[in-house]
Design a protein around this ligand. Structure first.
Ligand code: ADP
Ligand code: MG
Length: 488
């Protein structure tokens, strides 16, 4: 029992809404999936295997959930040790206070006499545990609200790529320092910078959320520099400096966002520096974010700048293609929707600078999908304001060869060579086909692009590809993919 990881559990209790009829089989399956997920999270794997691996939810009818198990001993153990907990899992999964009964199945059949036993309405130790976890979750939610943190920003849904790997590692180390109550912080202050929409706020808030999930009694404050300075100025004006000091003195973690706006407050430099210094000297962890590095922030004193630079300065770059695609995929998972992969690729290819825009584009496509049927590729491109025609015009023969070579796993050099191995010949023909049909280049230009002199080779190659595509849909798919990679 002492192995139960409450923290992990409270994070991942899935919320489902079950409407009206719980008895149909899909719902029964869904409910059981969630119930067992919860059981698995809380019980260690040996416990789960011993008591629940062969249990099954048979029906949910008239407010009773009937669960089968294999023998009397197992049933009694579940009833005595896990009963209340199991019931709570059902409550969580269905939103209903179901009565749970256990039925023993022997040799696949239900035993005739003494078939059913209900879970008593008594409190078992597992029931208490469940209550405690619920309680921890509530405390976290309250703490996050108080800290002005958005619970949506977590490490789980922060996709790590080469653009933010260091920044994320620094973030994890901040969490671990605070969690272990280290006085000497690894990095203090942490200064994140990067252009808008690259994930600075998400990452910083993920740190705050993670700390409060581990311990809701820790004090975290997330604040914009504007709010922070306004409070500071107000406290000076009303001679309540003490209140201000008290508010920030006890923090374990202070997160100040969009620090570049400090430029607009040249007169509060002194106070800001002192406040900052006090916190820093009291070993309070400070995390700052800005759209540019400290040396590019205007209007601040060298002292302040030096302080900003004195810990860990880490940039976050816009993500590359693979990471953008991963972020989009993760977005669809989070929203519980499915979008054809080629659309995600289209978005990822064309929106490069900011994750916020990436999400915006995804939402636009989702809205369109909600309105009715699946939008066409052209329609999606249009929403993204991708000018397919001009992209098409910009496609070069080099690009075609490069994409086709990659798709067919043959080097460009071989396409242009005299080699006639089946795969190389096919790749060459596909290249000619695309150059001819899509780029609409003259026959001789196509021939020379693949290292040939004769236009009949091109005619023959194109015809051959057309024939093959009729018979081989995987070839057609590959060629379609090449076209997308070349043109969009
Ligand atoms: P910034 O503060 O740098 O302007 P945000 O943190 O507000 O950017 O990020 C903009 C949006 O993009 C948010 O919805 C955020 O959740 C999302 N986002 C940014 N980076 C990532 C990432 N690496 N993984 C998942 N979502 C991300
Ligand atoms: Mg931000």
């Amino acid at each position: 029992m002492d192995k139960i990881d409450i923290e992990k559990y409270s994070k991942s209790i899935p919320e489902v809404m079950i409407e009206e009829d719980i008895s149909n089989s899909t719902n029964v399956n869904d409910v059981w999936k969630i119930v067992t997920e919860n059981l698995r999270i809380v019980l260690d794997s040996v416990e789960y295997k011993s008591w629940f691996s062969d249990t099954q939810l048979l029906t949910i009818q008239n407010g009773i959930a009937t669960v089968s198990c294999s023998n009397e001993f197992q049933r009694n153990t579940i009833l005595s040790d896990y009963g209340k907990f199991l019931q709570n899992c059902f409550l969580k999964a269905t939103g209903e206070n179901l009565k749970v009964e256990l039925v023993v199945k022997e040799n696949g059949n239900e035993k005739k006499e003494d078939r059913y036993k209900y879970i008593e309405e008594s409190d078992s130790p597992m029931g208490d545990l469940f209550a405690k976890m619920e309680d921890d979750k509530k405390r976290y939610v309250t703490a996050a609200k108080k800290a002005s943190l958005n619970p949506r920003y977590t490490f789980d849904n922060f996709v790590v790529g080469s653009n933010n790997r260091l920044a994320e590692a620094v973030a994890q180390s901040v969490v671990s320092d605070i969690d272990n109550e280290l006085i000497a912080k690894s990095y203090n202050p942490v200064f994140y910078y990067g252009s808008t929409g690259v994930g600075k706020t998400h990452l910083m808030q993920a740190i705050g959320n993670e700390i409060l999930k581990k311990d809701p009694d820790k004090k975290v404050i997330y604040v914009s520099i504007e709010q922070f300075l306004n409070e500071l100025i107000e406290s000076i004006r009303t001679k309540k400096n003490e209140d201000f000091r008290l508010k920030y003195r006890d923090v374990n973690l202070l997160i100040i966002d969009d620090i570049q706006f400090v430029e607009a407050y040249p007169k509060t430099q002194e106070e800001l520096f002192h406040t900052f210094n006090t916190l820093y000297q009291a070993n309070k962890q400070i995390i700052l974010a800005s759209d540019r590095p400290p040396k590019e922030i205007n209007n601040i004193t060298d002292r302040l700048r030096t302080r900003f630079e004195g810990g860990m300065v880490s940039d976050i770059q816009p993500p590359e293609y693979e990471t953008r695609l991963a972020i989009l995929k993760q977005g669809t998972v989070e929203k519980g929707v499915t979008i054809p992969e080629i659309y995600l690729e289209l978005i990822a290819k064309n929106i490069e600078s900011s994750v916020r825009e990436l999400e915006g584009a995804l939402n636009k496509v989702l809205t369109l999908m909600k309105l009715g049927e699946l939008p066409s590729y052209q329609e999606v491109a249009k929403i993204l304001q991708v000018d397919l025609e001009s992209k098409r015009k910009r496609a070069t023969p080099e690009k075609v060869l490069q994409v086709v070579a990659e798709e067919f796993d043959v080097s460009v050099r071989y396409i242009r060579s005299s080699r006639k191995t089946a795969n190389i010949a096919l790749t060459r023909q596909v290249a000619m086909y695309i150059l001819r049909t899509e780029l609409q280049l003259p026959l001789l230009t196509v021939a020379s692009a693949v290292g040939r002199k004769d236009h009949t080779t091109v005619l023959h190659g194109c015809k051959s590809v057309e024939e093959k595509m009729k018979k081989d849909s995987s070839l057609t798919d590959k060629i379609e993919k090449c076209k997308r990679d070349i043109f969009y």
